[in-house]
Design a protein around this ligand. Structure first.
Ligand SMILES: Cc1cc2nc3c(=O)[nH]c(=O)nc-3n(C[C@H](O)[C@H](O)[C@H](O)COP(=O)(O)O)c2cc1C
Length: 186
């Protein structure tokens, strides 16, 4: 009954501690293929995937993200970014930004499914991942869209979420608690 797909779904966790070593190009390609094979409303595929692995660009976005979190006025984000040793994007060696056409509908759902496909494909390769929407902080001061452009977002596309990836520097943590009254059988 418990086939490989179900095992991967059950074992995936949000990973927040990564080794410095980069994932291989072949692994990245398989993971991106899984993103592109996600379903989307009316098969619109109104999404775009920006892969950051370059160390200089990674350092830049980690710095901007931390500054913006500290200046966000949001207690949770300020506390996170103030923690000793905090490095944005969980210091993962790969970050995939998922952006979507502002004019298309249902893109939050489409991009969320693509993000989960990325996470499950990663877990199937024993690669850690974490989906982030807090990456929206990165663009808090990007009024002219220069950073979005630098990250390869297409014109008229907005940030939806990101997924960080890398080899795990920890065991998979126990499953975060799940509520047990969320299904009604009729
Ligand atoms: C839409 C979405 C946004 C999330 N944003 C963040 C985030 O910004 N930072 C983070 O560390 N985890 C983030 N997570 C991970 C959740 O905290 C995590 O999925 C949840 O606690 C359950 O844990 P699990 O993924 O290990 O099952 C996000 C997850 C989702 C689905």
């Amino acid at each position: 009954m418990l086939n490989e797909t179900l095992k991967v779904i059950n074992s995936r966790r949000s990973i927040r501690k990564y080794k410095g070593e980069q994932i291989t190009g072949a692994e990245l390609q398989e993971i991106l293929k899984a993103a592109l094979y996600a379903p989307s409303a009316r098969n619109q595929q109104a999404w775009h995937f920006s892969v950051v692995q370059n160390k200089a660009l990674m350092g830049k976005i980690q710095k901007i993200m931390k500054e913006n979190m500290l200046n966000s006025g949001d207690d949770f984000s300020v506390e996170r970014a103030s923690a000793p040793g905090f490095i944005a994007f969980h210091n993962a060696p790969t970050v995939i930004f998922i952006s979507a056409d502002e004019k298309a509908g249902k893109t939050e759902i489409d991009c969320g499914i693509a993000a989960e496909n990325i996470s499950l494909a990663a877990e199937s390769l024993n690669i850690g991942s974490c989906i982030l929407t807090s990456s929206e902080h990165l663009f808090a001061r990007d009024k002219d869209g220069a950073l979005k452009k630098e990250l390869g977002f297409l014109d008229g596309y907005r940030h939806v979420c990101s997924v960080v990836l890398g080899y795990k520097d920890c065991e998979n943590p126990p499953a975060a608690p799940r509520k047990d009254d969320l299904i009604t059988y009729l």
